[in-house]
Design a protein around this ligand. Structure first.
Ligand SMILES: [Zn+2]
Length: 131
């Protein structure tokens, strides 16, 4: 399932690409988005803050029409001080926006990864695979 919680950890697997310029994959031609309710677990969101690439998350959320995340990343070293309102916003962005049909595009090599029925096709041709 293509949600921002997974897309935020995804970079292009091509051997011609390397972090950080192969990240984040941009959403393009998103034809079908679905909002799926997920149970809010503040402890989970707090624990996940340290794993987030905040600027990438804001950019990707914006590509999906969500501009609710503040510019300033929450301080993951003080997770207990992050407001419940912000945790709920992050929860929604990470878990409840599902890309059903569209594309993810590598910002470096511009390879297009198709998403169909929320399954991303991350396969590359043999000569493109990083070994
Ligand atoms: Zn690439």
């Amino acid at each position: 399932m293509v949600r921002l919680i997974t897309q935020n950890l995804l970079s292009c697997p091509s051997k011609v690409c390397a972090y950080p310029t192969n990240f984040p994959l941009s959403f393009r031609n998103v034809e079908r988005l679905e909002m799926v309710e997920a149970e809010f677990n503040p402890g989970f969101v707090r624990g996940f803050l340290r794993k987030l690439e905040w600027d990438a998350l804001r950019k990707s959320a914006g590509e999906l029409g969500n501009t609710d995340l503040p510019e300033q990343a929450p301080d993951y070293t003080k997770p207990d001080e992050v407001s419940e309102e912000l945790l709920r916003t992050i929860h929604h962005v990470l878990l409840e926006i599902v890309v059903q049909d569209g594309q993810m595009v590598c910002p470096q090599c511009e390879h297009v990864f198709q998403i169909k029925d929320s399954i991303p096709n991350m396969l590359l041709a043999e000569h493109e695979i990083r070994k």
